[in-house]
Design a protein around this ligand. Structure first.
Ligand SMILES: *Cc1c(COP(=O)(O)O)cnc(C)c1O
Length: 394
């Protein structure tokens, strides 16, 4: 038996989070795509069935009150809050990440003031953020400049209104320095919007601690909310009264049932709401979040780094040198919870891996992406994935 197999057994035996795996529906594939769609927590189907059959089927309209449907966006926001370092009353859940990027960015520009006429966006961003930023700039009459996160400090100035950044790069897995970049943006009097899609549920974020202005993220990756589960929007406490949503729907009205022709914004996180929440997805997410009860984000981060370290070690042992290039930073301070390997035939290699029960994904043009979700991926999974990868690359 190889040294790596023995190490994997030992690491699994020492893993404090190993028992959580039982709470998910898994099979004998190695699932390393939880950074695209998290696995299903085993109790969720029954909870969703109850929402459909009893809350909707029997209680019908009464459920808006009696089943807590109306207040679900803020209640579930408070469940996500500790995972991203936020106090209660900062987060609302609803709409997609793309829509929340739009709300956050336009609101940031409005708060920054008339004399600031430039938006900065991460040049390596997940495409939707870039598309939305371009439209937000056009709508607000600002210019948009794309810069890499490393170039942000040098690009900031008196003209900067807002900066849109990804905490972890979806392609390379690079973790950006949220505290330092937030402080740099603030030193120039601008506002920052962080996209947490690839960090929330994988590593500590510290939104309140670092004074982040606005943040958005999705819930179907590391938070396991299910396909298309609604995203969330964080607004710093002292900015909430100035948050001027570009999508002020009736759900964000101070008195939604007043049916007032004039919009008076609600106080607190509800100001980020738009229309009627998608209750089925929202309550599936609420159920899914139960698996986080009693789980420390610090422990999740420690295991995530151990998983990615071990994967790199196994790839080193099983793959001939130079066959793949790792584009994820070696340094822990710069690494999210995925490993991205580049090779010219990545698309074909990933197809063969999936056929052999090792599920990662391919990102155009030449990246093999492997996401490590510490709640349900173990070290033997990692060893097997690296071994099969080595065989397919040989
Ligand atoms: C996954 C992801 C999104 C997804 O946006 P949707 O509106 O939910 O489709 C946005 N931004 C980043 C950085 C992502 O990784």
């Amino acid at each position: 038996m190889s040294e790596q197999v023995l190490r994997a057994r030992k690491l699994d035996a020492e893993d404090e989070l190993a028992a959580l795996r039982e709470r998910f529906v898994l099979d004998d594939t190695v699932y390393l795509d939880g950074n695209s769609l998290g696995a299903l927590p085993a109790h969720v189907p029954d909870r969703v069935a109850d929402v459909v059959r009893r809350q909707w089927g029997e209680l019908r309209i009464r459920s808006w009150e009696e089943s807590g449907w109306w207040t679900a966006p803020e209640r579930i926001g408070d469940r996500i809050a500790p995972l991203v370092g936020a106090a209660p009353g900062r987060i609302v859940v609803g709409d997609s990440t793309s829509v929340n990027v739009f709300k956050a960015l336009v609101a940031a520009v409005r708060m920054a003031g008339e004399d600031r006429d430039e938006l900065l966006v991460d040049a390596t961003t997940f495409p939707t953020d870039g598309y939305i930023a371009e439209s937000a700039a056009r709508l607000t009459g600002r210019t948009l400049r794309a810069v890499t996160p490393a170039e942000v400090p040098g690009a900031l100035g008196d003209r900067t209104a807002a900066v849109l950044l990804n905490h972890v790069d979806y392609r390379t897995g690079r973790l950006h320095d949220l505290p330092a970049l937030t402080a740099a943006v603030h030193a120039h009097g601008a506002l920052v919007v962080w996209d947490l899609c690839h960090s929330a549920g994988a590593l500590p974020v510290g939104l309140d601690e670092h004074g982040v202005d606005l943040a958005v993220g999705c819930t179907y990756k590391y938070l396991n909310g299910g396909p298309g589960s609604p995203a969330y929007l964080y607004v710093r406490r002292d900015l909430q009264d100035r948050f001027d949503s570009p999508l002020p729907g009736w759900n964000s009205h101070a008195e939604p049932f007043g049916m007032d022709p004039v919009h008076t914004p609600a106080t607190g996180p509800a100001r980020g709401r738009v229309g009627t929440p998608d209750i089925l997805s929202l309550l599936a997410l609420e159920a899914a979040l139960d698996v986080w009860d009693g789980v420390s984000v610090a422990a999740v981060r420690a295991k995530s780094l151990a998983l990615t370290d071990f994967f790199l070690e196994c790839v080193g042992a099983y793959t001939e040198p130079g066959r793949v290039e790792c584009v994820t930073p070696e340094r822990h301070a710069e690494r999210g919870s995925q490993i991205a390997l580049r090779c010219p035939d990545a698309g074909e290699v990933m197809k063969r891996l999936i056929a052999r029960g090792v599920v990662g994904d391919f990102r155009h043009p030449d990246v093999l992406r492997f996401g490590f979700t510490p709640l349900y991926v173990g070290f033997r999974d990692v060893e097997r994935a690296a071994r099969v990868l080595g065989e397919e690359l040989a």
